[in-house]
Design a binder for this molecule. Sequence first.
Ligand SMILES: [Zn+2]
Ligand SMILES: [Zn+2]
Length: 335
Amino acid sequence: MAIPETTKFAVITEKFVSEVHERKIQPLHDDQVLVKVKACNLCTSEYGVWNGARLGKQPLPFAFGHEYYGTIAAIGDGVQSFKVGDTVGVGYDWCGECDYCKRGETSQCPHRGVKTIASPDGYYGGFGCGDYVVKSARALCKMNPDIDPSQAAFVEPLGTVIYGLRKLRIQVGETLVISGAGTMGILNALAARQMGCHVILTEMMPKKIETCKAYGFDVIDISQEDPVEAIKRLTNGHMADAVVVAVGVTAANDQALEMVKEIGGRILMFAAGYPKPELNIDSNTIHYRKLELLGTFSANIDDFRYAAEKLSTGEIDVSANCKNKLATPWHDTVR
Ligand SMILES: [Zn+2]
Ligand SMILES: [Zn+2]
């Protein structure tokens, strides 16, 4: 495979404006590889920068794209775990030497690469929505080369879901309610079902309700039925063992407190919301109900590896999310 000298990539330069820019591909360090990107998803967080909702959080120019996969086009001299031509999903960078990395908490590694620190040529972001990306080899996960490109690009978002569900300590046989059947709600549902939970989703948009049904999930149409009453009915009054809030709005936070079981329930705040959502609860209630309110964000390398493996084997199949969204070369989607 001939390696070009430059790569093109997509950049948000201001609200509602994205452009294609070009930069030199830097020589690889010993531990780095060059990934030829084959598909990249657009994340809600990136859409929020483009439409202005998250502009205060993300400096510009923003070379977005962190949900991608590809094949290895070149490797640094010290790379042994991969070879040219391997199919790989992409997680976050980590150093392997700091205290966080030694404990497996690679998402907290100070070398992770943060979207608010600029590259030497003045861009912020992961550059995933582009032709080529230079990455440290340890950030990558091997994948099945025959996988559908539109599914393979789910390694990063699915990894963050795995991290959250592990933190929530879901158990086989538990009832898990997921508020919101957007892409991340559905990924939570698929992963939790694969881990042995009984999953119920709540949603109001007809298209998303259809997606839930296509996957065979129980789904409550909250435009038709009160979700708390529906959970009561579906669980014979037991209510949910745990709730994942996958939509960032106050109403969903407050409903979670009512949908989770009276004593010892766990609630995972999966989604951020803009404007900032609230949670209306007093500390006595948390105390007497022995509630656990958990936060989650990002993921460790083990979570990305688990996600890459489950997508590669088809044990987690996201195909109904990819319908009508077949992998399009990224430059056809950016104008
Ligand atoms: Zn994302
Ligand atoms: Zn580290």
